[in-house]
Design a protein around this ligand. Structure first.
Ligand code: ZN
Length: 132
């Protein structure tokens, strides 16, 4: 049985506002812990150094290049997905692959537009090229 479910809701962006805006524009904005300098993209709410406060005084934002290395990829009904590490980030990101037919592990972040805030990458092959 196939059933289409349409949702129309608004989620407050809160502290993730700069990160989500970056995704829509194709900018990899990472969160950097002021205590240990750990850089996370996507941003992690609790740092591995156990800094839990979600106050601006405990973290800052750092713009990454947007380049990423694909570690693993999989395919499903919704398309291709990857586990990737963005250059300069200390964690991994689950990403949607914009061009799943392309081979390679070098990728760049793609702009998703206003209504699809998700980490979306474009595979560029084995050699990283310049970002558009
Ligand atoms: Zn930390």
């Amino acid at each position: 049985m196939k059933y289409q479910l349409v949702l129309d809701y608004h989620l407050g962006e809160g502290a993730l506002g700069p990160y989500l805006e970056g995704l829509s524009e194709g900018t990899a904005l990472a969160r950097q812990c002021r205590r240990c300098d750990r850089v996370t993209f996507p941003p992690e709410r609790v740092c591995t150094c156990q800094t839990k406060d979600n106050l601006p005084a405990t973290y800052g934002w750092k713009t990454l290049t947007g380049r990423a290395s694909v570690i693993h990829r999989t395919y499903g009904l919704g398309g291709g997905f990857a586990l990737a590490r963005f250059d300069g980030a200390d964690n991994l990101a689950v990403c949607r692959i914009d061009n799943p037919g392309r081979e390679g592990t070098a990728a760049v972040l793609r702009a998703t537009g206003e209504y699809r805030p998700a980490i979306t990458i474009e595979i560029r092959g084995e050699t990283i090229e310049t970002i558009d």
